[in-house]
Design a protein. Structure first.
Length: 285
């Protein structure tokens, strides 16, 4: 049995091929505990969380990477986010009138849009559209890297409602003929990984089983944890975007304004004096 909630990068020595491995248990359980998800939705959310961690490993700056999908199927919203320091959070929304049965990505989401959003702490936000032609999340993201980043990428994502795990391999620009031959071998070997192996085995064992004939450098373990980025100040900023008139209308009707974080269910309560200070800097009402 392997340790919980870890991420590791690796690379193939003397080549332009890199990889990443991740396993989530406690953080995945913490996120699932926020809502009672049907099993197919819990699995899809687990795959999405793993994908967000793996893709965040490609960031070269402080910030967050989020994977978001909106659809017309049983799952109307899917969101998984990972920061540069491996803090994850995620949520899925399910159509209450729909019957959620086991199905592929497109059956669960239906028609809709999927995007990757990169938000640096300093600099401009970037969003790229993920193709929805493949019937698995891994396949859709592989197409995204191929089309948007021109990077040959393979992703293996698994979740069983208790734990989730993933593997990424990627060929970087500047590959030589030797790199191309190595990529063919590595891609073929990676495709032999099973869900049971990736979910149950530690990183060293997985990489040894797959690539023991190659020269692989495995970097130090990095912990992964569920952590929500909500705060009272951020919630006030959201109220500001709602507008002064709407906020005071809610106050007149309810006496206070309460807002719940969709990720961690923390409740923030605001009195009239808080709204006065938000919009005027001092009490008016």
């Amino acid at each position: 049995m392997q340790a919980s909630d870890q991420f590791r990068k690796f690379l193939f020595e003397h080549s332009q091929i890199r990889g990443a491995w991740v396993h989530l248990r406690d953080s995945y359980s913490d996120i699932l505990a926020q809502t009672d998800y049907p099993e197919p939705v819990a699995r899809l959310l687990g795959e999405s969380l793993v994908a967000s961690v793996l893709m965040s490993s490609t960031l070269k700056f402080k910030g967050t990477l989020s994977l978001q999908a909106n659809g017309e199927g049983p799952v109307t919203t899917l969101l998984a986010e990972c920061s540069h320091d491996r803090h994850v959070r995620g949520i899925a929304r399910v159509d209450e009138e729909a019957t959620v049965a086991a199905g592929n990505l497109n059956q669960l989401l239906g028609q809709g849009r999927m995007a990757i959003t990169i938000t640096p702490e300093q600099g401009q936000r970037y969003q790229g559209v993920v193709p929805r032609e493949a019937d698995t999340l891994a396949g859709a993201l592989e197409e995204y890297f191929e089309r948007s980043e021109q990077l040959a990428t393979r992703l293996f994502l698994f979740a069983d409602g208790r734990q989730s795990a993933g593997l990424l391999i990627q060929r970087l620009p500047g590959a030589t003929e030797e790199d191309n031959e190595l990529w063919e071998r590595v891609e073929h070997l990676a495709a032999t990984i099973s869900a049971a192996e990736l979910l149950e085995l530690d990183s060293e064992t997985v990489l040894h089983r797959l690539f023991h004939e190659e020269e692989v450098r495995l970097f130090d373990r990095e912990p992964v944890a569920f952590r929500c980025t909500c705060s009272r100040d951020r919630t006030l900023a959201a109220l500001s975007s709602i507008g002064k008139e709407e906020c005071y209308s809610i106050l007149d009707e309810q006496g206070t304004i309460e807002m719940d974080c969709q990720f961690c269910h923390t409740t923030y309560r605001f009195q009239r004096i808080d709204i006065d200070q938000l919009f005027s800097g001092h009490t008016l009402h």
